[in-house]
Ligand binder design. Structure first.
Ligand code: ADP
Length: 228
């Protein structure tokens, strides 16, 4: 689909940070707290792979290698999703933009809808810790709640704290080897966007090395301020 996007002035937040920084976890918390819609291009791409769409077929091997999916595919997927009516509540972009071309496409898309970037929040973490975080993580198949072998097991073993499901998923690309490529792609293509958003006056940095709930509390303050 490449139709006209609905016009609205809903807030747009961007989460920037390497794989494992906690973008997805924090986006889910912000979604709950502020009624915004989490929009993860990683999730959208995994859905396209699972559904076997043309875009999914092209993305699959690239994702498994920990490299970036081509801008045209990702931009088309994001555009389709942004055309859904729920996005009028405002969105948290998790994993997009990841390249300068995507950042430009986003600016053009937002000019069309009338919304604007309230804040680009950079989750600041130590690279060295990211491999351990990503390699042990998994999510509930029922509700998407995130867990980790070492850092966050369900209270009752084998059963999700949130929804009770006993099914869990591990991503094919969450291996120590693939994380190294993903970190490399982050530093080469995505980290430069930090200065891009700093120049736009939209950048806010958050130290994201502590406890999930403490980081969530800091994020909530920032988001409240940014969306006022
Ligand atoms: P993470 O941030 O933990 O690496 P994501 O779920 O955001 O995980 O992304 C997983 C993979 O999906 C990436 O390694 C990449 O191959 C692909 N991907 C997601 N978003 C984008 C994007 N905006 N541009 C290019 N590739 C993307």
């Amino acid at each position: 689909m490449d139709g006209t996007l609905p016009h609205h002035t809903a807030p747009v937040l961007i989460l920037l940070g390497p794989p494992g920084a906690g973008k997805g976890t924090q986006a889910r918390m912000l979604e709950e707290k502020f009624g915004l819609v989490q929009l993860s291009t990683g999730d959208l791409l995994r859905a396209a792979v699972a559904a076997g769409t043309e875009a999914g077929k092209r993305a699959k091997t690239v994702m498994e290698a920990g490299e970036l999916v081509s801008d045209d595919i990702v931009i088309a997927i994001l555009r389709d999703r942004m055309a859904q009516p729920d996005c009028e509540k405002g969105v948290i972009l998790d994993g997009f933009p990841r390249t300068a071309v995507q950042a430009e496409a986003l600016d053009a898309l937002l000019a069309e809808t009338g919304s604007r970037i309230e804040a680009a929040i950079s989750l600041e973490v130590d690279d060295a810790a990211m491999v351990a975080r990503v390699a042990g993580r998994y999510t509930c198949a029922g509700c998407g709640e995130g867990y980790h072998d070492d850092f966050k097991q369900p209270i009752q073993a084998g059963s999700c704290d949130k929804c009770g499901s006993t099914d869990f998923n591990r991503r094919a690309d969450d291996t120590a080897e693939t994380v190294a490529s993903r970190l490399e792609a982050y530093h080469a293509s995505t980290a430069p966007l930090i200065s891009h958003y700093r120049e736009q006056g939209a950048l806010l940095g958050v130290n994201a090395m502590g406890e999930i709930d403490d980081i969530a509390a800091k994020m909530a303050v920032i988001v409240k301020e940014a969306t006022r």
